[in-house]
Write a protein that binds this ligand. Structure first.
Ligand SMILES: NC(=O)c1ccc[n+]([C@@H]2O[C@H](COP(=O)([O-])OP(=O)(O)OC[C@H]3O[C@@H](n4cnc5c(N)ncnc54)[C@H](OP(=O)(O)O)[C@@H]3O)[C@@H](O)[C@H]2O)c1
Length: 305
């Protein structure tokens, strides 16, 4: 199948499979991303998913500078660092400088919780070890600034990430612009059917992160059975499932062979799509709350998870 594009609620086209560029938590490792980012570009990805938190923006900038691809043939997503809620345009300017571009196609609020600003520390902690979050500004306040960014031309579209039905409802109470995208953890073990349907009903495109479901999902007997049926790999089957449900995905791979594979997907029968959806266990594999139900400083109830 040729990878389709989806039309966002503002008419902007977004390739349904993008390339994830998270390079791990260790800043000392981030520079090692450049070779695998370069092979992804060579493999044909035009949609790159990054974030200020990932530290990969300048390496994406480096590979794009050398490639000479017209800017309008690329789709670049970035996400606001969660403690830069009072320095939004300034931090966007740093992102644009690092990426070597005048605009991003999509700018997301990375998490609904806002974190205490401490220079040089993106994970400040409370004495009990939990992430030090702040109630003000709220994500509604940050969204109002995002809406104004649309007028600057530095962002073509705006959206959110890690939002639930609960937090989207809260956001929509004050929003003048409906988010174009909600990027969430989504894979067959966390099918999020209710949230996906809710987003569709509001005209919000869903993007799956951790879309493969890692080895847990890729090793599931049904996924392996279907991989044999479609003469595809387990990852291709899972990514094809996302597209069949009308959701988009940003798989990441450091392997050139996997990068190519993830752009060449089978078309699944609707019955197989339903069988994969039925694997849902409500299981978060990537961003797991603690045993006491805390995720990045908020309770799962506050998150609406
Ligand atoms: N918004 C958020 O809060 C948030 C959170 C997490 C991630 N993200 C975004 O989502 C992207 C993807 O998430 P992720 O990296 O956690 O998960 P992922 O893309 O589902 O999984 C990456 C893992 O899958 C393997 N893989 C990829 N393609 C494969 C294939 N065809 N066959 C076998 N293994 C394959 C990779 O190994 P190899 O390298 O060996 O191929 C890697 O270990 C991130 O890079 C980031 O851009 C966003």
């Amino acid at each position: 199948m040729t990878i389709p594009s989806v039309t966002l609620n503002n008419g902007v086209q977004m390739p349904a499979i993008g390339f994830g560029t998270w390079a791990g938590m260790d800043p000392a490792e981030w520079h090692k991303s450049e070779p695998w980012l370069a092979t992804a570009l060579k493999a044909g990805y035009t949609h790159f998913d990054t974030a200020q938190m990932y530290g990969t923006e300048k390496y994406i900038g480096n590979i794009l500078k050398d490639a000479g691809i017209p800017r309008d043939k690329l789709f670049i997503t970035s996400k606001l660092l969660w403690n830069y809620h009072s320095l939004i345009e300034e931090s966007l300017d740093t992102t644009l400088k690092d990426l070597g571009t005048d605009y991003v196609d999509l700018f997301l609020i990375h998490w609904p919780q806002m974190v205490f600003y401490e220079e040089g520390n993106i994970r400040p902690r409370n004495p009990d070890g939990t992430l030090k979050v702040v109630e003000s500004p709220s994500f509604n306040d940050v969204w109002a600034v995002f809406e104004k960014l649309l007028d600057t031309g530095k962002v073509k579209s705006i959206g959110v990430s890690n939002f639930s039905i609960k937090t989207l409802e809260e956001l929509l109470k004050t929003a003048k612009v409906v988010p174009s995208v909600n990027q969430i953890e989504l894979h067959p073990y966390l099918a999020q059917t209710e949230l996906v349907e809710y987003c569709k009903s509001k005209g919000i495109v869903v993007t799956a992160y951790a879309p493969t479901g890692y080895s847990q999902v890729l090793g599931d007997p049904l996924i392996i059975e279907l991989a044999a049926k479609y003469k595809a790999s387990p990852a291709q089957v899972v990514l094809a499932w996302h597209l069949a449900r009308g959701t988009t995905a940003v798989p990441k791979s450091t392997s050139e062979a996997h990068q190519k594979e993830n752009l060449n997907l089978p078309t699944l029968d609707s019955k197989d799509v339903e069988r994969i959806t039925a694997l849902d266990k409500g299981l978060r594999i990537c961003n797991k709350p603690t045993e006491t139900g805390i995720i990045c400083g908020w309770s799962v109830e506050r998150m609406g998870w």
